[in-house]
Design a protein. Structure first.
Length: 129
């Protein structure tokens, strides 16, 4: 099935925090996951550190995760962007895979180039060292 990019309607994102139960929520979960009008979206081809817990990098990982989330918020709130939806995440049948682009550039590539993310699935999880 061919996916067609759609232009996102103007939206202002905040961090989700405890608002995960609203059916029409629109917010950022972390540097690679968001809710858009109630749809759970995992951005594909990149991965950011986890902010909820220090999986492998301790406090430094959490700080980097917060930086990645803040940068993605800035990018999405201050630019026009398109979203292209694909299938569903293999870890959750309810989480849609998608790519968001600003001026044709994947936001994941922007975060990777700024050392706030890694390629997925084959990028080194460098913040664990």
């Amino acid at each position: 099935m061919l996916s067609v990019p759609t232009v996102a309607q103007p939206v202002h994102l905040d961090m989700c925090g405890n608002r995960r139960n609203s059916p029409d929520k629109t917010c950022l979960v972390d540097g690679d996951t968001l809710w858009l009008n109630g749809e759970n979206i995992r951005l594909q081809a990149f991965d950011t550190p986890e902010p909820q817990s220090s999986i492998c990098g301790g406090d430094a990982e959490v700080r980097l995760a917060n930086q990645a989330s803040a940068r993605l918020l800035d990018l999405l709130n201050n630019n026009e962007w398109t979203i292209e939806r694909f299938g569903f995440d293999s870890t959750s049948s309810r989480r849609r895979l998608a790519t968001i682009r600003i001026d044709g550039v994947d936001v994941g590539y922007i975060l990777i180039s700024e050392r706030l993310a890694r390629r997925w699935p084959d990028g080194e999880e460098w913040w664990c060292k």
